[in-house]
Design a protein around this ligand. Structure first.
Ligand code: ADP
Ligand code: MG
Length: 255
């Protein structure tokens, strides 16, 4: 297993089978620091399986995942999260009964409480700092005007933006997004793409799983195309767009 310089995430020769079904075969993927790396492919290609292997929800049948010099394989999802890997879920996981701002503050408290013990004075100081930070995040995702709204009352698109803010406040080194625009209107999709571009300019490494090719072409530095559990193409967006195998996979697949 050889990891190149500047590679922050290395999925090294991963296989995953469910009984006789090979969901992932020979997956070797290297994501460079600061890059936006998209993984695309038709439905059933293995994208979600790959994401679940990276975040520790699924164990690979063989192979390993290495992040920033740490082997993730065998670690629990929360341990992987503590190493700086955050994920925006396909179905938003928010606290419906809490206000929007409380939702954004919660992960920051959890992280702080996990990191060190604090006294009462610094607890108050900390809460103020966390609230300010949460407000910045809500400004970034365009939800600042709704900070006191119950999160459960938000539209689907706004819930996804809220979840993104909940991820960003954790200041992850690697952000994984599973179909960030799934189920969104064209308008919400465009807003989300603009938001992801803004985050990109801050240099955070991102892996985006997407079955809609058009969403990633304007965002990704590099694209890996999966079909039938295998990598069939990899490269810059322009290289991938013109690739015969990619077009066939999409035209022939369940896209
Ligand atoms: P994608 O996200 O690209 O649509 P998935 O990773 O969800 O694809 O699925 C890849 C293949 O693995 C599909 O054939 C799917 O039916 C199968 N699969 C996914 N999860 C499981 C599971 N838990 N048990 C059995 N088969 C699964
Ligand atoms: Mg999927």
């Amino acid at each position: 297993m050889q990891t190149n310089k500047n590679v922050v995430l290395h999925v090294a020769d991963v296989h995953k089978h469910f009984g006789g079904l090979h969901a992932l075969s020979d997956i070797d993927l290297q994501v460079k620091e600061g890059e936006t790396h998209a993984i695309i492919g038709p439905n059933g290609a293995g994208k979600s399986t790959l994401l679940n292997v990276i975040i520790g929800r699924l164990a690979p049948s063989s192979g390993a995942v290495v992040f920033d010099g740490n082997v993730l394989t065998g670690r629990k999802p929360h341990e992987i999260n503590q190493l700086g890997v955050a994920r925006v879920f396909q179905t938003p996981e928010i606290f419906a009964d809490l206000s929007v701002i409380q939702n954004v503050m919660t992960p920051a408290f959890a992280k702080r409480d996990g990191a060190f013990k604090i006294n009462m004075f610094s607890a108050v100081e900390n809460e103020r700092a966390i609230r300010e930070e949460a407000e910045h995040m809500l400004e970034d995702v365009g939800l600042i005007d709704r900070r006191e709204t119950h999160a459960g009352a938000l539209s689907r698109g706004d819930k996804r933006r809220l979840e993104l803010a909940m991820c960003l406040i954790q200041k992850p080194r690697l952000l994984l997004l599973d179909e960030p625009t799934a189920g969104m209107s064209r308008h919400d999709t465009n807003t989300t793409i603009e938001l992801l571009k803004k985050i990109k300019s801050r240099g955070m490494t991102k892996v985006i799983i997407e079955h809609d090719m058009h969403v990633v072409f304007s965002l990704a530095d590099k694209i890996t195309v999966l079909a039938g559990g295998r990598i069939i193409a990899e490269g810059a967006p322009d290289e991938v767009r013109g690739d015969q195998r990619v077009q066939e996979a999409y035209l022939g697949g369940a896209h």
